[in-house]
Design a protein around this ligand. Structure first.
Ligand code: PLP
Length: 224
């Protein structure tokens, strides 16, 4: 299947899921994760009408950004070392992996634009040791401290669920992230509107959409 066919299939599936759970498909943004493919395929993804592009490595991501950034909205979805911040700052529109104050400090220090940097706070809901992110109970104290970094805006929360053969098993992870998102949102912190949920990948986006995802991060189902 071509990228276009895969996207078509994905969009139809999203429509079906939305119909079933009574959601408006326009409230779900597809981030095409292009980390597996080169600039040419990334361009093909943009040509197919995708707006949001996700990359997880500063080097590869910036290389593609240099070539293609007059198109698309760019999301940095990988874990981000503080010393790599200067590579990506001012280029990526969203950062999905804010998980520590030293990173917030570096982002704040390096920011070159007047607009705030749109960040998702990454949460390790499942508690898997290999996964990045804050523990759920650390999230609210962490976000409160972000008040000290005025160029950061917490647009939402992000998680990666464990890989399960049966994606149904990811449901509690997504439900917990939504509860936490609602809790942060209800604090009404001016720097943390926290309206978005970045959750769901190729294997589990159906469950994520059912549980309220607003950004799904899809790699292999588009470019695999
Ligand atoms: C690779 C990656 C994805 C996409 O994974 P697929 O299973 O290929 O859809 C989503 N989110 C993050 C953080 C990733 O690193």
């Amino acid at each position: 299947m071509s990228v276009i066919e895969k996207l078509d299939h994905l969009n139809k599936h999203i429509q079906e899921i939305c119909l079933r759970v009574n959601r408006d498909p326009s409230t779900i943004q597809i981030i095409a994760v292009t980390k597996y493919v080169d600039e040419e395929v990334t361009k093909a993804v943009l040509d197919a009408g995708v707006i949001h592009i996700g990359e997880n490595r500063p080097e590869n991501g910036v290389q593609k950004w240099e070539a293609l950034h007059d198109r698309g909205v760019w999301h940095f979805i990988g874990s981000l070392q503080s010393r790599k911040v200067k590579k990506i700052i001012g280029k990526f529109d969203y950062i999905h992996s804010l998980d520590r104050l030293t990173l917030a400090e570096e982002l704040d220090k390096r920011q070159t634009k007047k607009d705030p940097i749109k960040c998702f706070v990454q949460v390790n809901v499942s508690g898997e040791e290999t996964k990045a992110g804050l523990e759920p109970n650390e999230v609210i104290p962490f976000i409160r401290q972000l008040e000290n970094y005025p160029t950061i805006e917490v647009v939402g929360l992000m998680t990666m669920a464990p890989f399960f053969e049966n994606p149904e098993r990811t449901r509690p992870v997504f439900q917990a992230l939504k509860v936490l998102r609602d809790e942060v949102h209800s604090l009404q912190l001016p720097f943390a509107p926290c309206t978005e949920l970045s959750m769901g990948m190729s294997n589990d986006y159906e469950i994520a959409i059912e549980e309220g995802a607003t950004f799904i991060r899809i790699g292999s189902a588009i470019v695999g």
